[in-house]
Structure formats: C-alpha cells, structure tokens
Design a protein around this ligand. Structure first.
Ligand code: NDP
Ligand code: ZN
Length: 357
C-alpha cells in the first residue's frame, strides 16, 4: 500500500487542463514539486467542481495561468509522508481546499487566517505561482495526486462519507465561516441568496444552527429540495418579501444588485458577500445607498483559515451535514458538460468528479 518517493524527485501527475479561456478540457500530464520533509502526497479520490473553477478557467476575474488544472475541493487518501510529518500517516483520509501554503509567521497566519497572509504568500491550490517552490504554477484537484505541506491538509475521519467530503473544503468552509462570524444561532432569521453549491451548504449549516432560513433564487425549480433541507420560504422575487432578516449571505455568481438585499435586513442586520461575479459585471454599491439604508452592515468573506476549516469538517461529519452531489466520471467531456450546466441553470448543487476511475 505504502508508496515510497525519493524526496528529491518530482512527482508525476495526470489530470485535466484547459489551455485557454475558451478552451475545452483535455488530458494533461505534468509533475509536482518533490515531497519535502513536512509534505504529504495525497492520492485524489474525489474533486468537487466549484463555480470559482469556471470563473478562473474562463479568466473571468483576471487572466488565468494556462494550462490550468482547476480544483480546490479535494478528498483523498495519504500515500506518502515526509520524514517530519506528524499529523498524517499513510492510509489516512485527507482533504485540501483553496490554499496549499503561506508564510506561517505574520499576524494573520498566526491566528490561522492564512487566506489573509500579510506577506502575500498565501499560495492557492491552482492558477497561482508557488513562491515556496521557485514560483512554479500550482495545479489543482482535477488530477490523480497532490503534494502539499501537512499544515494545509485537513484531517478527515475514517467514518466520513468520503465521496461527499470534497465540496466541504470550499463550499462548506466559505459558508460556515461567515455564519459563525455573524454569530448565527437558535432563532436567527437567515436568508440565502443563490441556491447552488455554496447556497445549499449555507442552508444546511444555518438550519443546524437553529435559524429560520429562506432562500432567494431565480426560479422555484429546486423548491422541493429546499423544503427538504428545512427552508421555510423560497422567494423568486424580492418584491413581496415581508420578513426582515438578521443575516443574508449572497452566493450569487452573476450580475445583480445588492441594494434590494440590503433593504431586507433588520436594523443591525448583516449582509455577507461570498459570491464573486466576473470582473466586467462586478456589483458596485453607491455610498448614498449605504447611508440611506444605514444601520446595516455589509462585509465580504473569503473561504476560511485552516483551523476553522478543520472545525467545519469535524462539525459537518459529526452532524452528518454533507453537500448534495452528482458524481461524474473523470473524463474531459463530463467536465465540459458540468461547466456548461453550471452556467446555463441546468445544474442542481455540486458536481464531484470521481477521480478513482
Ligand atoms: P453555483 O453555480 O453552484 O451556484 C450559484 C447559484 O446562484 C445557482 O443556483 C444560480 O441559479 C444562482 N443565481 C445566479 N444568479 C442569481 C441571481 N441573480 N439571483 C439569485 N440566484 C442566482 O456556484 P457556487 O455556489 O459554486 O459559487 C457561487 C459563487 O461563490 C461564485 O461566484 C464563486 O466564485 C464564489 N465563491 C466564493 C468563495 C469565497 O471564498 N468568497 C469561495 C467559493 C466560491 P441558476 O441555477 O438559476 O443559475
Ligand atoms: Zn471554491
């Protein structure tokens, strides 16, 4: 079972890449940096498809680094450990989210908010240059393995439903973190805008935390699923909404106006924004709207630190909170199809690539 790697040797890997912003996926062979003394190698079993993968692959936020192997929702099995690794042993399950390294020394890293690394050394799982490894590009989870510092790998207990774990590593933490930051609890009135991969996780966590939860969607195609998750209302228009909210989380990935959501907040209510539409349609808020709708708070949130990601994972497994997934085969056509469905309203919640096959 144990695979030995010479620590000086680069790790061969195979995956799926796009070569340009309008390119289709194709098989791609590459190598990863050698396993350092604090690194582990994970055999990837499952990889989730996040809408951020689409924004990145299509250069919707900024020009991408090609060839690009997306994927920052990774679940797999540890197949090799460096000499000084203490958190993992061969055979353990492990998860990887959006980050694979950071400086570890600045104030943000010390409080385990590595995504805000003050030295700008937070290395993202793909489409990024790894300053700890000669600035080579990082490649993500649509592949058969990954090598990274054990500090950035999340422990996944043996009893987890492993095929459903991958989306927790991004969709899970990105919604769990602001719900905790805004102190959602029994009786909180919560709204979730955008009911896809992230939105459905926000619903599940908020319901578990005891909140009364409503969803804002473009249509009621997924009303039955929403009701099953414990949602009390699914609104397809903001006009007739009578209730006022303590907290609204927006996971919307397309052009929209945030002001109507702001107006739905109670005095002192909070709007957390995690959806990040393409740069050319990014929502802008006028200062006068903020002033005239005063007494409400708006903030953005980006994933969550490693410590909180572990907390989210443990919470999810303990309470059996898993994403709604559709498993797809690991081939380029299936990935292309999933991207198309996610941008044409045909997708339900999360596609997960079965990387074992
Ligand atoms: P999905 O595509 O899975 O879900 C998005 C959902 O939003 C879909 O159900 C879509 O509905 C719905 N939607 C689109 N436009 C509107 C609208 N105007 N009003 C209401 N609902 C709408 O995407 P993800 O959940 O994977 O990602 C969502 C966003 O979050 C992306 O922009 C992504 O990049 C971002 N993100 C941010 C992170 C962070 O750290 N801040 C981390 C991860 C993701 P329909 O089916 O009708 O299209
Ligand atoms: Zn993501």
């Amino acid at each position: 079972m144990e695979t030995k790697f010479n620590t000086n040797e680069r790790i061969p890997a195979k995956g799926y890449a796009v070569r340009s912003k309008d390119g289709k996926f194709e098989p791609f062979s590459f190598t990863r940096h050698p396993m350092g003394k604090n690194d582990i190698i994970i055999d990837i079993l499952y990889a989730g498809i996040c809408h951020s993968d689409i924004h990145s692959a299509r250069s919707e936020w900024a020009k991408g680094i090609y060839p690009m192997v997306p994927g920052h929702e990774i679940a797999g099995k540890v197949i090799a450990v460096g000499n000084e690794v203490s958190k993992f042993k061969v055979g353990d399950y492990a998860g990887v989210g959006c980050m694979v390294n950071s400086c570890g020394e600045c104030e943000a890293c010390k409080r385990s908010q590595e995504q805000f690394c003050e030295r700008g050394q937070c290395v993202f799982t793909y489409n990024n240059l790894d300053c700890f490894h000669n600035n080579e590009p990082t490649y993500g989870g649509y592949s058969n393995n990954i090598v990274l510092s054990e500090k950035f790998a999340i422990k996944v207990p043996k009893n987890a439903q492993i095929e459903k774990v991958a989306p927790l590593l991004c969709a899970g933490i990105t919604t769990y973190s602001p719900l905790k930051f805004s102190d959602i609890k029994e009786g909180s009135v919560v709204g979730v805008a955008g009911f896809g991969g992230l939105g459905s996780m926000a619903v599940k966590y908020a319901v578990k935390m005891g909140a009364k939860v409503s969803v804002f969607a473009r249509n009621d195609n997924k009303k039955q699923e929403a009701l099953k998750m414990g949602v009390t209302h699914l609104y397809t228009s903001l006009e007739n909404v009578k209730e006022k909210f303590d907290f609204i989380i927006s996971t919307i990935p397309t052009k929209y106006d945030i002001v109507p959501y702001l107006k739905l907040l109670k005095y002192g209510g909070e709007l957390a924004i995690v959806g990040l539409p393409p740069a050319d349609v990014i929502p802008k808020v006028s200062v006068s709207e903020l002033v005239y709708n005063g007494g409400r708070k708006v903030y953005g949130s980006i994933i969550g630190g490693i410590k909180e990601t572990q907390e989210m994972l443990d919470f999810s497994i303990k309470h059996e909170i898993y994403p709604e997934i559709e498993l797809i085969k690991s081939n380029e056509k299936e990935i292309d199809k999933a991207y198309e469905n996610l941008t044409t309203g045909k997708a339900k919640f999360r596609y997960v690539i079965d990387m074992k096959k």
